[in-house]
Design a protein around this ligand. Structure first.
Ligand code: UGA
Length: 436
């Protein structure tokens, strides 16, 4: 099938490579010349396991191409995906300007029946606005063609994006017309299986499902972070609690890890956006208000632990293990580590950090943050070491060597990766989240 994907960010790039790999003819469109030039050379602008191979292979086979020419992308395709960003606006709502600009371009360059698929995370009712925008642009350009607007939200996780795309729990498609349903079924036929179904629904439910999924997962995390405080005060171990409730098949074990709180480009933005939509419709948003507020304070809870150990932070040196918002990514958007770094620096502490992948992205936005080459260098001569991201490599460090290098053996484990008993035996002054 001839597929155009507008926006080569995380979702757009992974979708472009994966749809091409399934044998479709894919053209990825982006307004960023530099990015498109790199993509054409097979250079991925993001760190994502497996993406470079997929990109290079499909470019070589000739079924994947990139352009800055949106007209060419629209005219040459039957199915047009809109995968542009919907960042959090000033008012905490999703900013739809890029989505509407794509709709306008489609209405201007449409040259036959098209299926317009919205993959970006957008509030309920956006497909109707997109449809109206395309129609208005067609009128302006004296054009008249049929088209369908479909909602097909993406559930891929950074760091596991390709396997999530190829082995999804489900593919959600909100579509009105039978024609659109048939073509989308064909497009996904290489992916969906009986136990991984293609779920057809109405457009508005599909739009809602995306926010509901992210908000539910964020709620689980804040719920566990809330209980971790009770464990710290009343006793109990949050990891044991997570295990105990996770074995209940109605609850399940995932997204129950207490820690520094959630970050990234999705949960913080999407919790805020659905909260605003609820308010816009005069619905109670208090659960999500609590989810968001617990998440904010959880970052500072880790700061409080550092402060409790070191008392005065002025002139102290703190080592940070992990800056990315989670492991297996170089993404630092809304990374809890950076909130902590800013707070520590504002109290006069000096900070040095190590992250296996996020150095370049961090240095781009925070050139003053001192980065070192190894976890051991991050621990060298510091008054306190804080684990902010649970990279696997941190779990297997030689902790004796870490301790020897430190000025004072204080470790605050914001992701609960070490065993408290073992850390105490090794002579660390160790604190973590929701366990002693
Ligand atoms: C999330 C969703 O999981 C995807 O399904 C969705 O497609 C994506 O957002 C999106 O909307 O585009 P992602 O942001 O890549 O994916 O990351 P997650 O793996 O979901 O983690 C989000 C945050 O929650 C991270 O900061 C992570 O450290 C935190 N987290 C996760 C916890 O604090 N505890 C947990 O138990 C799990």
């Amino acid at each position: 099938m001839k597929v155009c994907i507008i926006g080569t960010g995380y979702v757009g790039l992974v979708s472009s490579c994966c749809f091409a790999d399934l044998g479709n003819d894919v053209i990825g469109v982006d307004i960023d010349d530099e990015k498109v030039a790199k993509l054409r050379e097979g250079i991925s602008p993001i760190y994502e396991p497996g993406i470079s191979d997929l990109l290079k292979r499909n470019l070589k086979q000739g079924n994947l191409n990139f352009t800055t020419n949106i007209k060419e992308g629209i005219e040459s395709s039957d199915i047009i995906f809109s995968a542009v960003g919907t960042p959090m606006g000033q008012d905490h709502r999703a900013d739809l300007s890029a989505v509407m600009a794509v709709a306008k371009a489609i209405g201007k360059y449409i040259n036959g029946y098209k299926i317009v698929v919205n993959k970006s995370t957008v509030p309920v009712g956006t497909a109707e606005k997109v449809e109206a925008e395309i129609k208005a642009a067609m009128v302006e350009n004296n054009l008249s063609f049929n088209f369908d607007v479909v909602s097909n939200p993406e559930f891929l996780r950074e760091g596991a994006a390709i396997s999530d795309f190829k082995n999804p729990d489900r593919v959600v498609v909100g579509a009105k017309s039978e024609r659109a349903r048939k073509l989308i079924s064909k497009l996904y036929s290489g992916i969906v299986r009986t136990n991984r179904p293609l779920v057809f629904t109405d457009v508005k439910s599909a739009e809602m499902i995306k926010y509901a999924a992210n908000a539910m997962l964020a709620t689980r995390i804040s719920f566990m972070n809330m209980l971790s405080h009770l464990c710290e005060k009343a006793g109990g171990d949050i990891k044991e609690v997570a295990k105990g409730i996770g074995l209940d098949s109605r609850i399940g074990p995932k997204f129950l890890q207490a820690g520094l709180g959630y970050g990234g480009s999705c949960f913080p933005k999407d919790v805020n956006a659905i909260m605003m939509t609820l308010k816009d419709y005069d619905c109670d948003a208090s659960i999500l208000e609590a989810v968001e507020s617990i998440n904010q304070s959880q970052r500072l809870h880790v700061y409080d632990k550092v402060k409790a150990s070191l008392k005065d932070l002025n002139g102290k040196t703190i080592g940070i293990l992990g800056v990315a918002f989670k492991p297996k990514t170089d993404d630092i958007r809304e990374a809890p580590a950076l909130t902590l770094v800013r707070k520590l620096e504002s109290e006069g502490a000096r900070v040095k950090a190590f992250d296996p992948e996020a150095r370049e992205t961090t240095e781009k936005y925070y050139p003053n943050l001192q980065f070192v080459d190894t976890p051991y260098a991050a621990a060298k001569n510091v008054d306190c070491l804080v684990v902010c991201t649970e990279w696997d490599t941190f779990r297997t460090l030689n902790l004796e060597q870490i301790k020897e290098g430190m000025k004072s053996p204080v470790v605050v484990d914001g992701r609960n990766i070490y065993d408290p008993e073992e850390m105490q035996k090794l002579g660390f002054h160790y604190s973590c989240i929701g366990r002693k």
